[in-house]
Each structure stands twice: as C-alpha cells, then as structure tokens.
Design a protein around this ligand. Structure first.
Ligand code: HEC
Ligand code: HEC
Length: 425
C-alpha cells in the first residue's frame, strides 16, 4: 500500500519538523481525540501550562473580583461544570439585566486549538482574548488594565501567588498568561466517537454511525466542520456566512455604517462594536473590512456540542434539530451566503441520525450531562421554527441546487438572490 506509506512518512516528517521548532513538550497523557501535532502547534515554548500557573489561572478564571463590581467572573459565562458555557442565547455580564451582549458564549473547551479567538477571530491568542472581556463595559466592566492590576495587587493572596509564579509583581500580561495556561489544560477528547475511530465499532450506536456517514456525504458538513486524526476539531478554522444573521439584518446598510465608523485595526473598538451594537451581525467584516466577510463567522468545532446549547453566534437556535433544519433548507438566502450552503433533502430519520452522531462527540466526563441535555432537546423536537420541508426537498425556493423542474424561461432565477432596490429586480 504505497499511498498509505507515503502519508505516514509525511505526517511523521511533519511531527519531526515541529518538534525541532520551539514548542512546549506534549503532555504524555493527552486523551484520545486530542492531537499531539496540534498541541505542539498551539502551545509555544514558554507558554507551557506549568501546574503552578494553571492553578493560579483557574483561580482567576473563577474569581468574580476581577470584574468591576465583584459580580462576574469568566466562569459566569463559561461555567466549567456546564461545558464552559452559560446556556443563554446572549451572554450577560455586569450591565445585565439592562444590557445583554450581542453574542452567544462559546465553550472554552478546545479553544486552545483555535487558530484565532472569538466568533469573528478578532483576537490572535488566548492571552489577547482574555484581556478583552475584563475591559469590556458590559462584560466585566473594568475601566483600564491599571485598574485591574491595582485591584489584584491589593489582594494579598494574589500578590504572593504572582510573585511566586512569575518572579515579579503582577502585571496585566501575567493575568492573561495565567488564565491562558489554565485554558491550555481544557481540551476536549475522550468521546464515544474517539473510541469508534480508534476501531471500536460498537462505541457508538447504529443511528450515530449512519449520522457520521451523512455528515461526510449527503449532509456535506465536512466541507466546513472538517475532521482528521491530525486535526480532530471538526472545524476548518475559516469564516463563512451561513445565513444566521440574515434572519434580521440589512447587511448592506450595516456594512456602510461600519465602514464609516471603524477605525483601522483598533481591537478595543472592534470588541465593543461586536459585543454591544447591531454591527455585531457583520461578523468577520468588522475585522477585515472585506465585503466577502459580511455576515461570516468562524466555523465552531463540534466537540461537546450536545451540552453547549443554544447554538450559533447569536444563540438563535435552541436545539440541534433547529440546526439541522437550517442546513436542510440550505441556510437563509442573503447576498453573501457561502457557496457551500445548499439544500440537503434530508429525511426526518436522517436528521435524527445526524443529531445522534453529534451527541457521540461528548467527552466522557460530561457523559451524564450530555444524556440529560439530549433528553431535554428531544422533548422539544416537535417545535421546529427553522423547518421548511418544501425548500429542503427542492419543491420551493431558488437557492441550493437546481429545483427539479428548472424554469427554462427564467434560467437566471436559479441560484441568484435578487434584492429589491438593485438594477436586477
Ligand atoms: C459576560 C459574559 C462573558 C464573560 C464574563 C467572559 N466571556 Fe468569554 N466569551 C463570551 C462571549 C459572548 C464570547 C464570544 C464573543 C465574540 O465572539 O464576539 C466569548 C468568547 C471567549 C473565548 C473565545 C472562544 C472561541 O471559540 O473563539 C474565550 C477563549 C473566552 N471567551 C474566555 C474567557 C475568559 C478567559 C474570560 C475571563 C477573563 C471570559 N471569557 C469572560 C462571554 C463572556
Ligand atoms: C459552509 C460551511 C458550513 C457547512 C457546510 C456547515 N457548517 Fe455548521 N457552522 C458553520 C459556521 C460558520 C457556523 C457558525 C455560524 C454562525 O454562528 O453564524 C456553524 C455552526 C454550526 C453549529 C453550531 C455550533 C455552536 O457552537 O453554536 C452546529 C451544531 C453545526 N454548525 C453543525 C453542522 C452540521 C451538522 C452541518 C451539516 C449538515 C454543518 N454544520 C454544515 C459552517 C458550516
């Protein structure tokens, strides 16, 4: 089998090349489903999570005193016992209930492997990410990094701990460094699916096995939620407009508004626009200002997806059945809809199989919670706000693949969304 051997050699060579580059040593006991190759890429030398740094980071992660009013910690929105999310559609910080953020809290599990952080990728690292919510006016509300440093220096236990771990008086960079070290121990693997891939065919049931086939076949999910044993994250780490924000947004109007007010490359301003304003729906566009990125968001990984509802950047889908209904009809039409979005024509039984597959991605330590969450979602299965069977099966609609009987008199009508107010309508 020459092809397989070449591949093995290539992967071995890649690993060898990586281990000569400056990267932290890979822990001996990574759970199944966590890639040592990715670990080396994700953890640069000098930022390895030493036990002392991790313990300090975990304490900070759970400490409400980091916020301006002692009421909100990272864990408020990323609860470690609940899959590191808050299970609210939109996250709520120090300004709640008067003001909520515009975005859904993603999980911190496996965030260490993200090429970039946040739904729009505006932060390049875990360290830069951690510095933003602390200073965001409606998340943790601190006015400046100096305020945070002064407050923490005033707490004796932190004064001592930072001195011990970093060898100097605490700085804002150290706060972010310690939190990031803790996050670099929060990987997600060890799911029934991982035993299945490793050769235990019985590790997932028939329905989940069929779902895995559909995920890579008729469902086309692997176009974006790519899986390989080297990169087992179920994400291509890219940005796509799949029509989530299209429910409620005039993209063109918003993009005009954003172009007028976004100052070049100012991360703090982009953070506030994304978290606090209706420009949030522009997604990646706020970062790149490229019209291709209007309404595009990062493809999230799917591990532990059963325990991190509600879904999407705006938390607008309550269940995995809603997610499936959205994809089945080819997303919601808008001028920037990703070309990878097409109607799928999945039957109800196929949708159930794909949900079963996604439920097999729950890590062992959340198994009980995963079962409970799936039972809760199952009970809501009869409420299907996103379902549009006529569009999903090609009986209606003009997006996705060609409808069964194309209208020969109007060939341009297929696959092109004509907006009112353009020269085409
Ligand atoms: C008020 C709720 C809230 C608080 C407090 C909060 N976060 Fe978040 N977190 C969010 C939301 C919402 C997002 C997504 C925002 C976006 O993409 O624009 C997010 C994104 C992230 C991400 C990126 C994950 C990904 O997949 O891109 C990480 C990592 C993270 N938060 C860690 C932290 C840490 C560490 C803290 C404490 C310093 C913290 N968060 C405080 C709500 C919160
Ligand atoms: C064209 C790329 C693309 C394809 C194809 C695709 N996805 Fe996604 N998926 C995304 C992006 C991007 C998001 C986030 C979108 C947003 O929030 O606006 C997402 C979000 C999700 C979420 C919600 C994750 C969360 O944490 O909230 C689930 C679940 C999901 N996809 C499953 C699937 C399944 C199942 C399929 C196949 C039927 C599929 N996706 C096909 C790109 C894609």
């Amino acid at each position: 089998m020459p092809r397989v051997r070449t591949r093995t050699i290539l992967v071995t060579a890649a690993v060898a090349a990586l281990s000569t580059a400056a990267s932290a040593p890979v822990p001996k006991s990574l759970p199944r489903g966590v890639s040592p190759v990715l670990y080396e890429l994700a953890v640069p030398a000098g930022s390895e999570p030493t036990p002392e740094k991790v313990a300090l980071g975990e304490k900070l992660f759970n400490d409400k005193r980091i916020s301006v009013n002692d009421k909100v910690s990272c864990a408020t929105c990323h609860d470690p016992d609940k899959g590191f999310v808050d299970h609210k559609p939109l996250a709520e910080g120090v300004a709640a209930p008067a003001k909520r953020t515009q975005r859904n809290s993603p999980t911190v599990l496996n965030a260490m492997f993200n090429a970039v952080q946040f739904w729009d990728g505006r932060a390049p690292s875990l360290e830069e990410q951690a510095k933003l919510p602390i200073l965001n006016p409606i998340e943790m509300g601190q006015k400046s990094s100096d305020d945070v440093v002064n407050k923490l220096r005033g707490i004796a236990e932190y004064r001592t701990a930072f001195q011990q771990v970093f060898g100097h008086e605490l700085t804002y960079d150290d706060v972010a460094g310690a939190i990031a070290a803790f996050e670099r121990t929060q990987y997600a693997g060890d799911a029934p699916f991982d035993r299945f891939v490793a050769g235990d065919e019985k590790a997932i049931d028939d329905s989940a096995r069929r779902g895995w086939g559909l995920f890579n076949g008729k469902g086309r999910c692997n176009n974006c939620h790519a899986f390989s044993t080297v990169s087992p994250l179920f994400s291509d780490q890219k940005f796509h407009n799949i029509g989530i924000a299209a429910h409620k947004t005039d993209f063109i109007g918003l993009a005009r508004k954003a172009t007028a007010i976004v100052r070049g490359g100012d991360l703090k301003q982009i953070d506030e626009l994304a978290i606090q304003t209706d420009l949030s729906e522009l997604g990646r566009f706020l970062v790149t200002k490229s019209s291709n990125d209007i309404g595009a968001f990062k493809t999230p990984g799917l591990r532990n997806i059963a325990i991190t509802s509600p879904y999407m950047h705006d938390g607008s889908f309550a269940t995995l059945w809603d997610v499936m209904d959205h994809y089945n009809k080819g997303g919601v039409p808008n001028p920037n809809l990703d070309g990878g979005m097409q109607r799928l024509g999945l039957t109800e039984a196929e949708i159930d199989d794909m949900v079963s597959f996604m439920a097999s991605l729950t890590s062992a330590k959340f198994a009980a919670f995963g079962k409970q969450e799936m039972a809760r979602q199952q009970a809501k299965k009869t409420v299907r706000p996103e379902r549009d069977t006529a569009v999903a099966t090609g009986k209606k609609g003009d997006l996705g693949d060609l409808a069964p009987t194309p209208d020969a008199a109007k060939p341009a009508a297929f696959g092109v969304l004509v907006r009112k107010g353009t020269s085409y309508d």
